[in-house]
Ligand binder design. Structure first.
Ligand SMILES: C[S@@+](CC[C@H](N)C(=O)[O-])C[C@H]1O[C@@H](n2cnc3c(N)ncnc32)[C@H](O)[C@@H]1O
Length: 181
């Protein structure tokens, strides 16, 4: 079990064919392709601010015969593309593009804005996954700001579950699962 398999196994329980899903951080496209394989004739939209990530994601989808709408823009614009209460699952995989430019990574302010907007777009019973990755020279500020922010979400509206790799000695990823009640 690692963070990726934990998240994917959970997402499987929330997404069915025909659903609308969002990958907020396309990166190399693995989560976009995973969502597209679950949503079938539904619609998956993926955001990334780097052309390299969009190109990688497009190539991965093509190699697997899958489709998704790819948007070169910040996830903080996601409210321009969906109606409130229409989305089944939104995935965030924070950090930098693997094997890419490590100086470009997610930041708390735009991540928070995107989470807030995403929670409005999510339907009741829908799932948002926020996998917090940090380590090396980046990600600590985002982690330190996200933890209290996610703890502050209204417990009458959202269930926020935090997974911990409890005995991992250095910089364990922190997967969060947010269910809209
Ligand atoms: C850890 S990677 C995502 C990995 C991806 N889910 C995968 O399966 O390969 C994080 C990505 O977030 C992107 N990113 C950074 N800031 C962003 C923003 N404001 N909006 C959308 N994507 C952003 C980076 O360009 C990077 O590609």
């Amino acid at each position: 079990m690692n963070a990726l398999t934990l998240v994917h196994e959970t997402v499987k329980k929330f997404v069915k064919a025909g659903d609308i899903c969002v990958d907020a951080t396309a990166g190399r496209g693995y989560d976009t392709a995973f969502l597209a394989s679950l949503a079938g004739d539904g619609c998956v939209t993926a955001f990334d601010i780097q052309q390299e990530a969009i190109d990688s994601t497009r190539a991965l989808l093509a190699s697997r015969g899958l489709e998704a709408r790819l948007i070169l823009a910040s996830h903080a614009t996601m409210d321009e593309y969906f109606e409130e209460g229409s989305v089944s699952c939104i995935m965030f995989n924070l950090g930098y593009l693997p094997s890419g430019d490590h100086s470009v990574f997610t930041h708390f302010e735009s991540t928070r804005e995107a989470i807030e907007k995403g929670l409005k777009l999510l339907k009741r019973g829908g799932l948002m996954c926020v996998s917090v990755y940090y380590g090396g020279d980046s990600g600590y500020e985002e982690r330190d700001a996200l933890l209290p922010y996610l703890a502050s979400l209204d417990d009458g509206k959202y269930q926020v579950i935090m997974a911990s790799f409890y005995n991992w000695k250095k910089d364990p990823p922190i997967p969060f699962f947010i269910v809209k009640l």
